[in-house]
Design a protein around this ligand. Structure first.
Ligand SMILES: *[C@@H]1O[C@H](CO)[C@@H](O)[C@H](O)[C@H]1NC(C)=O
Ligand SMILES: *[C@@H]1O[C@H](CO)[C@@H](O)[C@H](O)[C@H]1NC(C)=O
Ligand SMILES: *[C@@H]1O[C@H](CO)[C@@H](O)[C@H](O)[C@H]1NC(C)=O
Ligand SMILES: *[C@@H]1O[C@H](CO)[C@@H](O)[C@H](O)[C@H]1NC(C)=O
Ligand SMILES: *[C@@H]1O[C@H](CO)[C@@H](O)[C@H](O)[C@H]1NC(C)=O
Ligand SMILES: *[C@@H]1O[C@H](CO)[C@@H](O)[C@H](O)[C@H]1NC(C)=O
Ligand SMILES: *[C@@H]1O[C@H](CO)[C@@H](O)[C@H](O)[C@H]1NC(C)=O
Ligand SMILES: *[C@@H]1O[C@H](CO)[C@@H](O)[C@H](O)[C@H]1NC(C)=O
Ligand SMILES: *[C@@H]1O[C@H](CO)[C@@H](O)[C@H](O)[C@H]1NC(C)=O
Ligand SMILES: *[C@@H]1O[C@H](CO)[C@@H](O)[C@H](O)[C@H]1NC(C)=O
Ligand SMILES: *[C@@H]1O[C@H](CO)[C@@H](O)[C@H](O)[C@H]1NC(C)=O
Length: 869
């Protein structure tokens, strides 16, 4: 009984030896193959580690991975530039499972020899220079294949029906090629598909095959620009996994099945055609359907909708009067280039969160509702190319618009003085009956003066006078942007006071009012804001001691129609700041007041605002060539990471103090980089509590009218500001989160690309699984790899959560930043990576679903931060 076993053992040993021998031979063979591949690609520097001298390809050859037996299973060199066609030696790598040559500049025809790699599961040849037809027998790539990306090449011919043989495909991407013919119905057999991208191919007109109804697992569908015709596919609403649907730029007809709006996961749809149901059931917050052929009337109800872009469609009828009530949360409302008629319903003015309103290029008639002038956060108003008539309501002058276009209408009468400014010089073209008043003529292109209209001639003297008056007005209505202008021309200072100034000191002063008043000259101007100008004034010491005090004087005009509002702003600023003592809050030294002018005298911050340090290079250089040497320069060296963390800590200290140490708490409401000032040692101090208000939450107290006073700043404004007056400290936390993201990424708050804020951009970046270091500001160098960078970035994202309840308090934020600062110091000291502080390991929990839930307004009171801490 023992002999068979004894005979078996040597046999086994032999087999093992043979097998090992075989494996070793194969390994040597594959090494040769890789070297051959490298040669074929012209020895690119990226592949320097592939060398005949170094042993196994599995040990340290870049872009190569192997299995346990030392066989090459993966060759992945995305973004590495090699040249020439795909070497056929690749077809002899018998165990190859992954081949990723995306964006490598390879060329030639489809590499059919890959059929020999039967274990291939992932093939990515996207974004290269391939050409020629896709082979009809492409199905021979085999059933092991799950991922096939050929997009972004020059492939021609038809989409091969044989693709349907790749039964296990989950991703098929053929977009952006030169494929012709129609989409083969056989693709409907690929029932495991989750991603299907055929966009931007010159297909002949055709229908989406009926067989696609079996593709029920699809989550991403890109069929934009595929020349699709026929009825809108009725089965789409049954694809319950759909997240991303882009059918834009096709020629679908018929109605959209109303049930499409019930797809709960759908986040973005690039374009659908047909009509929209009157009520959008779906909990969606955005609907982008621009550049389609939607027709019928607009829906009037979508309770959660915030962004609605229906531009360039065929909607007709009137804008429903009940729309404002039905979509109370709208922030962005684009209806341009449709066939809408009738009047603009005055109820639109009740959309308190609307920032962008573009109704251009329709057939709207009637007058512009005067109520629009009271919309608190509107920054873009485009009503151009309609048939609006009547005069322009004066009230529009109180909006703080970045963009205004009322061109090509039938508007008549005088342009309100507040709008007749150079910033809007091309906003009124093509309204023949419009004219400008005496003070503002010459400012507006295509609009003549009302006086000229009645008496055709204007004396040169009068014209000069008008121009001078216009220039004066220009100065008064300062732009919203904050920038430093230094004027070299000396001009006369403030006229000597006729009425006495009332001085209210908040601490002992070593200077009198005289030097302050004399200092208010143009050459000392260092900033302009929405409500006033800021001067840098040197006050010689009254006691005769050497050296004086340098102060910043904020001058607020009163008088005119906005007097009361400014008065309130002034009083609140004085009230709050006069009594605050904190190293991270800009100190208010005294104030001077007189009927028509208020002066706030602050300690001077030698290093200007954080804004200039982070984004200074984008600023216009100061006017004039010979600027005063003592004036701070606009261009600055970038802050390093340690300095940025310190700034964050300082600002967080200041805010935390205002929120948690003051009673009642003080909410800043306009936290942003330009309100964080840096002293000579780069310590951060929070400035401009101009909009600060005592937060009175106790029952029974009447809420103050803050909404109209708060214009907010795009990118920094917490979403709840759009629909509630009961904003609390969490609006500051949101804005501060944006500041953190600016510190980390160097990007500007409002600039996340494509209508998107930085907060949103950062969140998407994290969601997409991209490396956080990729988001870093280039200026911070290696610090981007550090744990504390990651913590700050993630903290910024948590602070900008959509739900106020999920945002941390400033106290929590400060604690985490302090730990970051310590950890960073430690890292630098020990030159080792330390990640002992506990926030870091906890923070990664943000990735994943929690933030998405918040965004989709899931009513989960407990947010990411509670889970994290
Ligand atoms: C390739 O480069 C692009 C653009 O720089 C980048 O977005 C992408 O992540 C890179 N891909 C890989 C796999 O590194
Ligand atoms: C392709 O790779 C290059 C680097 O080789 C990179 O600069 C470029 O952004 C990449 N393009 C895409 C579309 O990924
Ligand atoms: C693929 O395999 C077949 C037979 O197995 C062989 O004849 C052919 O040469 C191989 N092609 C390549 C490119 O290795
Ligand atoms: C799938 O791959 C394995 C090796 O990984 C291979 O043995 C098998 O034949 C392949 N199946 C098909 C259908 O090609
Ligand atoms: C294809 O997928 C099915 C189930 O997902 C699996 O059972 C089968 O083995 C796969 N086929 C290949 C060749 O991998
Ligand atoms: C759609 O098909 C028509 C007719 O073949 C063709 O002229 C047109 O260029 C195609 N459109 C696109 C976007 O490919
Ligand atoms: C969908 O798949 C089933 C079998 O799974 C098949 O009988 C049916 O014909 C397919 N439908 C279409 C429209 O291709
Ligand atoms: C969509 O869902 C809502 C509620 O979930 C339901 O009342 C409505 O009938 C659905 N609409 C369609 C067209 O399926
Ligand atoms: C409007 O949409 C159509 C597709 O429906 C597109 O072809 C056209 O370019 C779009 N126009 C503009 C100005 O974007
Ligand atoms: C409003 O929409 C039209 C058409 O899409 C566009 O041309 C215009 O630039 C938009 N207006 C503003 C101010 O962005
Ligand atoms: C909308 O969202 C709420 C909670 O976020 C959920 O309870 C409700 O079912 C959703 N409604 C629809 C129609 O999906």
């Amino acid at each position: 009984m023992a002999s068979p076993r004894r005979a078996y053992l040597p046999l086994l040993a032999l087999c093992l030896v043979l097998h090992l021998h075989h494996a070793a031979a194969q390994q040597a063979d594959e090494r040769q193959l890789l070297l051959e591949i490298k040669r074929a690609w012209g020895d690119p520097a990226e592949l320097a580690s592939w060398s005949a001298a170094t042993g196994s390809p599995c040990a340290g050859w870049a872009h190569v991975s192997c299995d346990g037996a030392g066989r090459v299973t993966s060759l992945a060199l995305p973004n590495v530039t090699v040249s020439g066609p795909v070497p056929d030696a690749i077809g002899r790598l018998a165990s190859l499972a992954t081949l990723d040559l995306s964006n490598t500049s390879v060329s030639g025809g489809f590499p059919a020899f890959l059929y020999n790699c039967t274990g291939l599961t992932h093939l990515d040849l996207s974004m290269n220079r391939f050409s020629g037809d896709l082979p009809a027998d492409i199905g021979r790539l085999g059933e092991n294949l799950t991922y096939l990306a050929l997009n972004g090449n020059g492939f021609t011919g038809q989409v091969p029906p044989a693709l349907s043989k790749l039964k296990n495909l989950t991703v098929l991407a053929l977009g952006t090629n030169q494929l012709t013919g129609t989409i083969p119905p056989e693709l409907g057999e690929l029932i495991g598909l989750q991603t299907l991208k055929l966009e931007l191919n010159p297909f002949v007109p055709g229908k989406l095959p009926e067989s696609f109804k079996n593709l029920t697992r699809l989550a991403t569908v890109w069929l934009a620009g595929c020349n699709l015709t026929g009825e809108f596919p009725s089965y789409l609403p049954e694809m319950s996994e759909l997240v991303w649907l882009d059918l834009s730029t096709n020629a679908f007809t018929g109605n959209i099945p109303p049930s499409i709006w019930n797809l709960t996961k759908l986040q973005n749809n690039g374009g659908l055609t047909g009509t929209l149901p009157e009520t959008l059931f779906w909990n969606m917050t955005r609907l982008y359907i621009m550049n389609n052929k939607f027709r019928g009337s607009l829906p009037s109800s979508a309770a959660k909708l915030q962004k609605f872009n229906a531009g360039n469609n065929s909607f007709s009828g009137e804008i429903p009067a009940g729309l404002a009530a039905g979509m109370p949360l709208l922030q962005e409302f684009i209806l341009s280039s449709n066939q809408l008629s009738g009047a603009i319903p005055p109820s639109i003015a009740s959309l308190g969160g609307l920032t962008q309103m573009n109704f251009s290029n329709n057939q709207l008639t009637g007058e512009i509702p005067a109520g629009l002038g009271s919309m608190p956060v509107l920054t873009l108003l485009d009503l151009s190319s309609n048939q609006l008539s009547g005069s322009i309501p004066r009230a529009l002058g109180s909006l703080r618009l970045n963009q205004l276009n009322l061109s090509s209408n039938n508007l008549a009468g005088e342009v309100p003085e507040a709008l007749a400014v150079p910033a809007y010089d091309r906003s009124f073209l093509g309204n023949r009956a419009l004219c400008t008043g005496a003070a503002s003529s010459g400012n507006l292109a295509g609009v003549s003066s009302c006086a000229a209209r009645s008496s055709d001639k204007v004396s040169p003297g009068l014209r000069t006078g008008l121009v001078a008056a216009a220039a004066a007005l220009l100065v008064v209505i300062a732009a919203l942007a904050f920038f430093i202008v230094r004027d070299t021309k000396r001009r006369k200072g403030l006229a000597p006071p006729e009425e006495a100034w009332k001085l209210t000191p908040f601490q002992p002063l070593d200077f009198g009012e005289g030097p302050v008043l004399r200092g208010l000259a143009d050459e000392n101007l260092i900033g302009k804001g929405g409500s006033g100008r800021v001067y840098r004034v040197e006050c010689p010491s009254r006691s005769g001691a050497s050296g004086g005090t340098v102060v910043a004087v904020k001058r607020i005009w009163t008088g005119g129609k906005v007097e009361r509002k400014l008065e309130r702003e002034f009083e609140s600023e004085v009230e709050v700041l006069g009594h605050v003592r904190h190293t991270n809050i800009v100190k208010l030294l005294c104030c001077l007041s007189r009927a028509e002018t208020k002066l706030l005298v602050y300690e001077y911050m030698g290093n200007g605002s954080l804004d200039k340090w982070l984004h200074g290079h984008r600023w216009p250089a100061p006017a004039g060539s010979s600027m005063p040497a003592r004036a701070p320069s606009v261009r600055r060296a970038p802050l390093n990471w340690a300095a940025r963390v310190r700034v964050a800590v300082g600002a967080a200290r200041g805010l935390s103090y205002m929120h948690h140490e003051c009673s009642p708490p003080v909410v800043h409401r306009d936290v942003k980089c330009s309100n964080i000032l840096l002293d000579a040692e780069l310590n951060a101090k929070v400035a401009d509590f101009g909009l600060a208000r005592m937060l009175v939450e106790a029952a029974g107290t009447t809420p103050t009218d803050t909404m109209s006073a708060v214009a907010g700043t795009f990118g920094y404004m917490a979403p709840e500001c759009a629909y509630t007056r009961k904003a609390n400290e969490k609006v500051d936390v949101y804005s501060f989160g944006v500041v953190l993201l600016e510190l980390a990424t160097g990007r500007e708050a409002g600039n996340g690309g494509e209508h998107c804020s930085l907060a949103e951009w950062a969140w998407r970046h994290l969601q997409s699984g991209k490396s956080i270091a990729d988001a870093a500001d280039e200026c911070i160098g290696d610090a981007r790899q550090s744990d504390d960078f990651e913590v700050v970035f993630k903290l910024g994202i948590i602070c900008t959560g959509a739900q106020p309840s999920t945002r941390p308090t400033m106290k929590d934020v400060l604690q985490i930043l302090l730990r970051c600062e310590q950890a960073h110091r430690k890292t630098v000291d020990e030159k080792t990576a330390v990640s002992e502080y506990d926030a870091a390991p906890l923070l990664p929990a943000v990735r994943g679903g929690s933030r998405r839930k918040q965004l989709s307004d899931a009513a989960d009171g407990k947010g990411s931060f509670d889970d994290v801490v």
